[in-house]
Design a protein around this ligand. Structure first.
Ligand code: C5P
Length: 426
């Protein structure tokens, strides 16, 4: 429980009879050295008064979304930024459903939507409500977005029924919560991410490239770190600061990116190719600057090595995720790439004028993704790139864990293939 010391825990209390047990949760959190602030939904206040939690937490209890005093002091965005983790205990069936929809019509749902920190839910409800397919589907959706679900326990319920739906006991609840500060869904795994554009030299001062900013790839690398993975980030030329707790390797050209990925792929569990690698490069790079002439000029191009396809072909057991940035026929091209490259998942997004909602996607702070894998698909609606990255990591973890047993045994086992063609300086 040491992991909870000095952590800022935002405790959400929703409408369930188990709300009275949250008093014990506040006390034990504070005993463990955590700082606690309580947000209650209207339903929560029907069961226990805010005064109880004010006394136990030593802090005012937050109740309203649109409270002029609170917004000036600690409104929903400040609360979302203040917390190191959000624990909703008890989480009612209705609150869970509202989270799935991304509602922000009360303070707690708005804080959860705005927050970037781990979200932990301890469901508590009648066992019929818990087993209802709607609740179960909602729980699976939240898990795929990286939300940690603790409990519920089985036993005698307040309504007299016996079954699953009791709030998890305080001890295992806090033990589970403390895991988010030490362990994640990818603890013990190594993830290699490529990000940004590549530059393909024409002469000593000119190059071919694209508008990729690297923001999506960097957010994905950060989300993998948050999920507990050891992360290697192979970055093309971008102007982004290095995220904490990962190994960054800077490269310029597609050839360098290929060599760097190859040199670090042993032992990697998940490869996420976010980089907008140039597909072609000049066949010849002139030694001196090309001089301007009156007539037309032709630059002959050759294909670059396809890093993702090559890696998947050499390491068939390695879980590989590709990206497809498209200006038309998104689904057709994405599915074709999934199959052609033999990869495990593809994340497709619109770019250019077609990406109206995300301002062209390249360079923008928001994005939207459609995910396709061999037997499923998912849609991640427009969101800030860090949030989207966390959702993507949630889906990747789920598919990685559900992959067929054969590939679990062939992880990063090399298959000998002829070397791809390299050019000098690549
Ligand atoms: O074939 P296409 O370039 O559209 O595929 C895009 C996906 O393949 C992305 O995941 C990208 O990072 C990866 N790719 C690669 N090496 C290349 C070209 C693309 O790894 N030379």
């Amino acid at each position: 429980m040491d992991r909870l010391a000095n952590k800022r825990i935002l405790l959400g209390i929703t409408g369930s009879i188990a709300a009275y047990k949250a008093g014990e949760v506040v006390r034990r959190l504070r005993d463990a050295g955590a700082e606690v602030r309580v947000v209650m939904t209207r339903g929560g206040t029907e069961f226990v008064t805010p005064m109880t939690f004010q006394a136990l937490s030593g802090q005012p209890v937050h109740l309203h979304l649109l409270d002029a005093d609170a917004e000036a002091g600690m409104g929903h965005i400040e609360l979302a930024h203040w917390a190191d983790a959000i624990l909703v205990a008890p989480a009612s069936a209705d609150f869970i459903a509202r989270l799935v929809l991304g509602r922000a019509d009360d303070l707690l749902s708005a804080v959860c939507l705005a927050s970037r920190v781990p979200l932990v839910l301890a469901p508590a409800m009648n066992s019929g409500m818990w087993h209802n397919p709607a609740t179960q589907a909602n729980i699976r959706t939240l898990q795929s977005r990286g939300v940690l679900i603790l409990g519920p326990d089985e036993g005698k319920q307040a309504c007299g029924e016996v079954g699953a739906g009791r709030l998890l006991a305080t001890e295992p609840l806090l033990a589970g919560l403390s895991e988010v500060f030490g362990r994640g869904l990818l603890t013990g795994k190594t993830v290699l991410v490529t990000a940004g554009p590549t530059r393909e030299a024409i002469d000593p001062v000119r190059y071919l490239s694209n508008h990729s900013s690297g923001k999506m790839g960097f957010s994905i690398a950060e989300a993998a770190v948050e999920a507990g993975a050891r992360v290697i980030l192979v970055a093309g030329p971008v102007t982004l600061p290095t995220p904490d707790h990962l190994q960054r390797l800077d490269v310029v050209s597609a050839g360098e990116m290929f060599d760097t990925v190859m040199a670090h792929i042993q032992g990697v569990d998940i490869f996420i190719a976010t980089a907008a690698v140039a597909d072609y490069r000049p066949l010849r790079v002139t030694e001196n600057k090309i001089k301007k002439k009156a007539e037309r000029m032709v630059i002959e191009l050759e294909p670059t090595p396809d890093i993702l396809s090559e890696i998947k072909a050499r390491y068939p057991g390695l879980f590989c995720v590709g990206f497809a940035a498209e200006t038309s026929d998104l689904e057709t091209y994405a599915r074709d790439k999934l199959q052609r490259k033999g990869i495990d998942m593809i994340a497709a997004n619109w770019v250019g004028p077609a990406a109206i909602e995300t301002e062209g996607a390249f360079g923008s702070d928001t994005n939207a993704l459609r995910l396709f894998w061999p037997d499923g698909e998912a849609e991640l609606t427009v969101a800030a790139k860090p949030k989207l990255a966390r959702q993507l990591i949630g889906h990747i973890v789920q598919c990685y864990q559900n992959r067929p047993p054969r590939s679990k045994h062939t992880d990063t086992k090399v298959v000998s293939l002829p070397d791809v063609k390299r050019t000098p300086g690549s």
